[in-house]
Design a protein around this ligand. Sequence first.
Ligand code: ADP
Ligand code: MG
Length: 322
Amino acid sequence: MSNTEFDIIKKYFTFDHNRADVNFSIGDDCASVSVPQGKQLLITADTLISGVHFPENTAAEDIAFKAIMVNLSDLAAMGATPAWLTLAITLPEINENWLRAFSNQLKTILTEYNIGLIGGDTTRGSLSITIQAMGFCDTDKVLRRNQAAVADKIYVTGDIGDAAIGLKIITNNICDEALSPCVKKLNRPEARIKFAEELVSYSKCAIDVSDGLVADLAHILDASQCGARINLSDIRLSSSAIYYFSQYQNNVIDWPMMLTQGDDYELCFTASDDNVAAVKNLAEKHQLKISCIGEITESCELVFIDPNGKIVNFRDNGFKHF
Ligand code: ADP
Ligand code: MG
């Protein structure tokens, strides 16, 4: 990029923070940080590309919000506390209004979660944002995909499928204020950081639902070498989702859409019976809706049971009754 690259970094991507674990950051070739004693470092990265991960006319604030949240959601999936970010951004042009909006949103979230932006890269090209998020958890406490055990209960946080409805509303140009929570869910997902930080005491196994519950639960089952039985009637839909299906779909719930489309950024986690009460209390403490949707089984099958007791298989390609 031209000389203004450094002006841009200084003006829009350099924020004050009060993290003592950052030794030095933006302005050197590398940042230097210190991991506190007794903690392990967790690292994740996600890229959002314009036209691929968000429509080209998406607001700068929404792009900034989602670019951070998808990364924080990965940290939440492991039970980690966010600490630092790097930001690699590719911009088609220097648009000060766009940069200001993007930067302000970035700053708001960094402040809210006490995260230091410690470095990155700024280049010219088609709009693309890569954020690397780093966080800590205790060395003996982390949520993994491979720790589900037979007879564990399976939970999801929040509202599964609302983001899929949000995308449908946007692509079909439906104007209905009653469905705005679904659009918000798509554009402004909220990583379950605070809940997950405490969940590590009562669970060993979690994943964040980014590719749809079916695919992401399947990752837990593959890693843990087990199966699951899920009751569709226990996946409690949001009031907006119920409204959507009654108003626009003749009361027929599109389960494949709700469970395979993704962008939920909720947690799917397991807990043994002796932790069920603690998990429920924790959700109440955080005023977070959780639903117990089924349990882990020994056979390596992912079985969904519809409200009529019929088995439904979403796993291979979409929706199959057998
Ligand atoms: P180099 O050319 O040595 O890789 P750069 O000139 O790309 O370094 O970056 C200068 C400094 O600014 C570095 O500390 C880098 O981490 C930081 N930086 C560059 N782009 C960003 C960005 N988008 N957000 C935060 N920090 C950035
Ligand atoms: Mg260098």
